[in-house]
Design a protein around this ligand. Structure first.
Ligand code: XMP
Length: 507
């Protein structure tokens, strides 16, 4: 078991996941966990995450007294490295410029087991405002970034290894190898844990939590809620009652397609068409956070209504994944980025308890669990779709007319992606309708119509993303067809921004 001390980094769960990918169990504890709490997990190694704060601020996170005296290997990442430096009498300074993004790492310590098998130079991902100016006495520097910042240090006995960059982020070329070196070469982990075990354990936990109660589940058609339902159905059978709400913000043909898949999965599903309610509730609302809140609350109200019809329903099952949890700023020390409806927007007076069996998992772990449980491939493969649906892709206020335009454009775009056989290479692809009119010419007529933006990204978890290098022919076909076939659009643009600095969705 590896215990990760979370100092509030956006990437903490990524660390946990990378560790699990190497079949080593990992758990996250808040930075202020006591030594007893840490040791009760019987760790074989400890990782201290990065964080948004500066160690130079007086009230920034500090680890439990005695943490560094534990006789266990420690890996400090970014903030974790700076904490280590301070603890042992090194110095930390505000960086001259915030270092953000890709950097070239140069390994200077050929003996360091953490860097074993890694080339002398490789790409790493940096994200910090402070750096270690002076390595503490008793530590040796292991690597530098090309512009001379200390990128790593260790104690010669390998009790402590620390790095300034983020080995857990997929943009760090050799990140997996580096974490693997920590787990297997330094901590001596075995690597025999897997998701099948996790699923079995989770089924037991669901049974224990729910007892004889009934559970209702809001199915969205996406991977997350479907896998959560499959897992819960495997645990409590008939006592899971699913509800599929059409919120009027779905893609073209989505409701029908999804219902068919659920029938195939033999889930108990009631269909509620609430599109009128949602679209009315959103009328005139422009602020993205407000849209999310309205959608979240409307959703929950409808579930409550449906739940009342089911005697003994006490639980609401949701397919919340870990990225939703972190981005809602539910942990100590993490900053709020967007409120995701299935976490942050819950009304306070909700009568149902939340059951979120996937909240520790990343998307691809969720998919893997789905496959283990026999969820149909068309659902497991499906691109993620945000809870607020087309509302956050139809910028500005929502009207039926705009939603229809967006649906039509989105459908064409996805048809062209599918026709080119690119769907599975892409993490998410979608159209966005902009609240902007531009001038065009069609036939001999001047037009003044809307702009449609196309976006496609690759990602491993939605936390960081790279814009997808879409072949020009696919863009050309989509653009021509959208302008020809979708009334109200006369211009198509392609989004070439990664995350960060943009988010995946436009709102
Ligand atoms: P962002 O836009 O935050 O998106 O970079 C990251 C991933 O989350 C999805 N997303 C949401 N999912 N409720 C959801 O269930 C939401 O409010 C929400 N906002 C974004 C987004 O599609 C991407 O996969």
């Amino acid at each position: 078991n590896i215990v990760i001390l979370d100092c509030g980094s956006q990437y903490t769960q990524l660390i946990a996941r990378r560790v699990r990918e190497m079949k080593v169990h990992s758990e996250i504890l808040p930075w202020d966990a006591t030594i007893e709490q840490i040791m009760s997990r019987t760790p074989t190694g400890l990782i201290v995450s990065g964080g948004p704060r500066s160690v130079l601020e007086p009230d920034s996170p500090r680890l439990a007294e005695g943490f560094f005296d534990l006789k266990l290997p420690i890996l400090g990442i970014c903030y974790g490295m700076q904490l280590t430096a301070l603890r042992y009498g090194g110095t930390v300074r505000r960086s001259a410029a915030r270092e953000y993004g890709r950097a070239t790492l140069v390994v200077t310590d050929g003996e360091c087991p953490f860097f074993a098998g890694v080339p002398e130079r490789s790409q790493v991902w940096m994200s910090h405002g402070d750096d270690v100016e002076k390595v503490p006495a008793g530590f040796v520097p292991t690597s530098v970034s090309e512009d001379g910042v200390v990128a790593g240090m260790r104690t010669p006995d390998d009790h402590i290894t620390a790095v300034q960059f983020h080995p857990e982020v997929s943009h760090t070329e050799k990140g997996a190898e580096l974490l693997g070196n920590f787990l297997f070469k330094i901590c001596g982990c075995k690597g025999d844990w897997d998701l099948g075990d996790w699923a079995e354990k989770m089924k037991d936990e669901i049974r224990a939590a729910v007892g004889e109660d009934k559970v209702i589940c809001g199915l969205s058609g996406g991977v997350d809620s479907s896998v959560a339902a499959a897992l819960t159905a495997a645990a409590i059978g008939e006592r899971l009652q699913c509800i599929f709400v059409n919120n009027g913000l779905l893609r073209a043909g989505e409701a029908e397609e999804v219902l068919a898949s659920y029938r195939q999965m033999k889930l108990n599903v009631a269909y509620v068409d609430a599109s009128e309610k949602f679209v009315k509730g959103l009328a005139g609302v422009i602020d993205p956070e407000k849209k999310r809140k309205i959608i979240g609350e409307t959703f929950i109200r409808i579930f409550e209504e449906e739940a009342r019809k089911i005697k003994g329903a006490r639980w609401l099952l949701q397919g919340t994944l870990y990225p939703d949890v972190i981005e809602s700023g539910q942990r100590k020390g993490a900053a709020v980025i967007k409120s995701h409806h299935n976490v942050g927007g819950l009304p306070k007076d909700m009568n149902l308890s939340l059951l979120e069996p996937l909240r520790e998992l990343f998307k691809d772990e969720g998919r893997a669990v789905g496959r283990l449980l026999g969820v149909p491939e068309n659902i497991v493969r499906r691109h993620p779709f945000p809870g607020p649906g087309l509302a956050v892709r139809c910028l500005g206020d929502i009207t039926r007319e705009k939603l229809e335009i967006l649906r039509a454009a989105d459908k064409i775009y996805l048809e062209e992606i599918n026709r080119a056989g690119l769907y599975d290479e892409i993490w998410q692809a979608f159209a966005v309708l902009l609240p902007v009119y531009t001038v065009g010419v069609m036939g001999d007529e001047r037009t003044y119509a809307r702009v449609c933006a196309l976006r496609a990204i690759t990602s491993r978890d939605g936390m960081t993303a790279e814009w997808y290098r879409m072949p020009h022919e696919v863009l050309a076909r989509a653009s021509t067809r959208i302008c020809n076939e979708v009334r109200g659009v006369n211009r198509v643009v392609y989004d070439v921004t990664s995350k960060p600095p943009a988010t995946v969705e436009w709102e």
